[in-house]
Every structure is written in C-alpha cells, then in structure tokens.
Design a protein around this ligand. Structure first.
Ligand code: FES
Ligand code: FES
Length: 179
C-alpha cells in the first residue's frame, strides 16, 4: 500500500505492507531511530510518539493507520520555543537529570510535551498518571517527574515574561527621532 504520513512537519510517502508497524516505519523506513523499541508485548511504552498530539505506542499502531495523520517523534521536539531551541521538556530532563541510560527518555519527553500542551500546570499526580504507561528500567521516576515539573515552571515563566515585555518602540524613537 502507498501511504503518506506527516512526520515532524514533513510528508513522507512510502510503499508498505498492511502489517507494517509504525515503529518500524519510523525507524527502518525514515531512519528516525530516536523512537525506541523495547518489547514485543505493548508493555514498555518506550516506543511512544505523538499522533495528532496524543501519545500512542507506535508498536501497536500500523503504519497505514498513521496515513494522513501528524506524527511527532523526539527528532521533532526541539524548536517548540522557536528556532533550534530545545523544548522546555528536553531542558528539564537535562536540568533535573531525568535520564540515566536514556532508553525510555524519548517517549517520556513526548508524553511530557503532550501533557503540558493540554495542561500547562499539572500536579505531581497528573504527571505520574500521564507517564504510567511507560516503564523506566533505570529505577525511580522521581527525576522524570521533576523534569516535567521543571518544564511546566519554565513555560509559565516564559509566558509571564512575554506578557510583561513592553511593546516595541516606534522606529523613530529607536532611531532617536522626534515626533
Ligand atoms: S516497544 Fe514496548 S510498548 Fe512499544
Ligand atoms: S533512563 Fe534507562 S530506562 Fe529510563
């Protein structure tokens, strides 16, 4: 079957078998290996990507089911705040040491992004519920939760700063002219 899937803002057209999994489409056909594959049982959640903004386990989605939809992978996470800037969630994982081996990290960050998009100020419980379908084998979720909390705080500060910023001065003023 010939399908077109929008991945990280770009359309990709490929011939695929009907049984082809989205995780294989991303990793093997598009070479987007930031999406990890950790089990054969739909349990680990390391393969999470966003489909139309919602987290899905890409090992449980057929590539043909993604046709006509928007997929976002970890490779498309930077740039949320403009330019090549890291997404606040990515920054949070750095600041709060949210990754150890890094295997679960792409999926965790994408789930964090989806959560903050629909709820910019989640409670700790809401964060824990959001990532509850994903396993971290490296012990403990505390730093992952803290990373998402850091991102929420950072986003709120950035939004407040943008609101408080004075409107741009007229060009004549900037040039030292008088009106
Ligand atoms: S690879 Fe484990 S749930 Fe998808
Ligand atoms: S950081 Fe190693 S599995 Fe989560």
């Amino acid at each position: 079957m010939r399908i077109t899937v929008n991945v990280n803002g770009e359309d990709h057209t490929r011939e695929v078998e009907p049984r082809h999994l989205l995780v294989r489409f991303l990793r093997d056909d598009l070479d987007l290996t930031g999406t990890h594959w950790g089990c054969d049982t739909s349990n680990c959640g390391t393969c999470v990507v966003l489909m139309d903004g919602e987290p899905v386990k890409s090992c449980t989605v057929l590539a043909v089911m993604a046709a006509g939809h928007e997929i976002r992978t970890v490779e498309g996470l930077a740039g949320t705040a403009g330019g090549d800037q890291l997404d606040p969630v990515q920054q949070g994982f750095i600041e709060e040491h949210g990754l150890q081996c890094g295997f679960c990290t792409p999926g965790m960050m994408l789930t964090g992004r989806a959560l903050l998009d629909r709820n910019p100020d989640p409670s700790e419980q809401e964060i824990r519920e959001a990532i509850s379908g994903q396993l971290c084998r490296c012990t403990g979720y505390l730093n992952i939760v803290r990373s998402i909390q850091w991102a929420a705080k950072k986003q709120a500060e950035s939004a407040a700063a943008a609101t408080a910023a004075p409107t741009a001065a007229p060009a004549a003023t900037l040039a030292g002219g008088q009106s």
